[in-house]
Design a protein around this ligand. Structure first.
Ligand code: UD1
Ligand code: CA
Length: 450
């Protein structure tokens, strides 16, 4: 039996008070709608259909080919949104799973139960229902004497007795497709000129059709995002879910409340994450590392047994046994080979530091290639920008760069060379020579060590 999910995402989300469509507000680093698309794909095994309207182009750009799209213009309610889907889905799918893009915490398990229940009988509607003290403006599920579902009543239309009902409609349904299209066509127009999907429940009831429901075990799953307050609540829950999964997978998270690990990040066993760390994007962290406190790692790769103390990494790569910080800034293209040590207040951009190289204090290395076991003295700067373009610096292996050396690129420092403190290097320095002064000149040859 083929099931296709339809994700309703055409509304503006006025209560977000934003220029950005609601479904593009980030939640744990991903646009809100990403979560619905992900769960829909997993439950049905099919690409979902997303109904877009407000900010349609931006929503489509954010999701790309992860979904099919239908444009709803103007937006005349959830029932009207479903009517737009008919031309592309009629006859293409046995069951239609309808979810809204603003419920990012729905689990694969819950939606899987809904679809399984729908497959187990031949009636056209199976819906989720949730019991919660906080009604959050949801429609109420009205039941008859035998416990059968009689109606869904919107909060605005509910009587005081109906308002007291604690069984709520999260507006997540699984429909038999042939029936759905006929029912959608019968939805009456509301006083506001809109067509509400909830009306199909009333249509089924008046046709004597039984409505099936599946209870959501944890009400948290149906938190719908209508305001930025809801967004923060959802973020906290999602953050906890992700952190707990990593803890169960062998990662120590010292303070989960202040630790943010985005969904695509991976972390190896026995790594310890200190408080206030943010691991973002496609970051990969190996085993046995110590991260933080106060560290931000974006789209970077960290090997095994690394220590990153109060530092920032963005699109950087570290092999094993590297230690950096405090206050290291690794920018795009920083590549630190095995055993590199980078101490406080260093910045590395688009540069490779060879195995065992040390740069202890206050240095800027940009557009440079550095060999193995070289020592970069405190305050060393690659002067890589001449006001027009970026120029490369090459430093060999086992070089000793004296404190406060300025390397005016393009320039090369040969293997085993030394520079004196405060040298301003404007010309290449041959291997195994000592250069000093401003501008630096070679003053003697050095013995090659074994
Ligand atoms: C809806 C339900 C309500 C339920 C609640 C749960 C209806 C009439 N009411 O109300 O019973 O308790 O969800 O959250 O369905 N959308 C479109 N096109 C439109 C209008 C909305 O795609 O023309 C999308 C929105 O982008 C949103 C979703 O449908 O993702 C829900 O719309 P919203 O206006 O938030 O419905 P509620 O008032 O919350
Ligand atoms: Ca809503």
């Amino acid at each position: 039996m083929i099931t296709t999910a339809v994700i309703l995402a055409a509304g503006q989300g006025t209560r977000m008070v934003s220029h950005l469509p609601k479904v593009l507000h980030p939640l744990l680093g991903k646009p809100l709608i990403y979560y619905s698309v992900e769960v829909a794909q997993q439950v049905t095994g099919e690409k979902p259909v997303v109904v877009v309207g407000y900010g349609a182009e931006a929503v489509q750009n954010a999701l790309g080919d992860r979904a099919h799209y239908v444009v709803q213009q103007p937006q005349l309610g959830t029932g009207h949104a479903m009517q737009q889907v008919e031309p592309i889905l009629r006859g293409q799918s046995d069951l239609i799973l309808v979810i809204t893009a603003d419920m990012p915490l729905l689990s694969v398990e819950t939606l899987g139960n809904l679809v399984a229940a729908s497959q187990s009988h031949s009636d056209p509607i199976t819906m989720l229902s949730v019991f919660d003290e906080d009604a959050r403006g949801f429609g109420r599920v009205v039941r008859g004497a035998q416990g059968e579902i009689r109606a869904i009543v919107e909060e605005a239309q509910a009587t005081p007795e109906q308002l007291a009902i604690r069984e709520l409609n999260p507006s997540i349904y699984c429909f038999r497709q042939e029936w759905l299209w006929e029912a959608l066509a019968k939805i009456p127009v509301s006083r506001k000129g809109e067509y509400y999907l909830t009306e199909v429940v009333g249509i089924a009831v008046s046709d004597g059709i039984a409505i099936h429901s599946i209870r959501v075990a944890d009400p948290v799953e149906t938190i719908g995002i209508n305001t930025r307050i809801h967004l923060a609540e959802a973020e906290a829950i999602l953050r906890r879910r992700v952190n707990e999964a990593w803890m169960l997978a062998g990662v120590t998270v010292i303070d989960p409340l202040t630790t943010t690990i985005e969904p695509d990040v991976t972390i190896g066993k026995d790594t310890v994450i200190w408080p206030n760390c943010h691991l973002r994007g496609n970051t990969v962290v190996g085993e046995n590392c110590e991260i933080g406190p106060n560290t931000i790692i974006q789209d970077s790769q960290v090997g095994n047994c690394c220590k990153i103390f109060t530092s920032v990494l963005d699109r950087a790569i570290m092999e094993d046994d590297v230690d950096v910080g405090p206050f290291a800034n690794l920018r795009k293209g920083a590549y630190l080979c095995q055993g590199v040590h980078m101490g406080n207040f260093g910045e590395v951009k688009n540069s490779r530091l060879g195995p065992g190289t040390k740069m202890g204090h206050f240095s800027y290395i940009g557009d440079a290639t550095i060999g193995s076991r070289t020592n970069i003295g405190a305050g060393t700067i690659t002067c890589n920008y001449d006001g027009e373009k970026k120029n490369p610096t090459e430093i060999g292996s086992e070089v000793f760069v004296g404190s406060d050396t300025m390397l005016v690129a393009p320039v090369k420092v040969g293997e085993g060379a030394h520079t004196g403190a405060g040298a301003v290097v404007t010309k290449d320095i041959p291997p195994y020579t000592l250069a000093v002064g401003v501008p630096a000149r070679v003053i003697r040859k050095l013995e090659k060590r074994d």
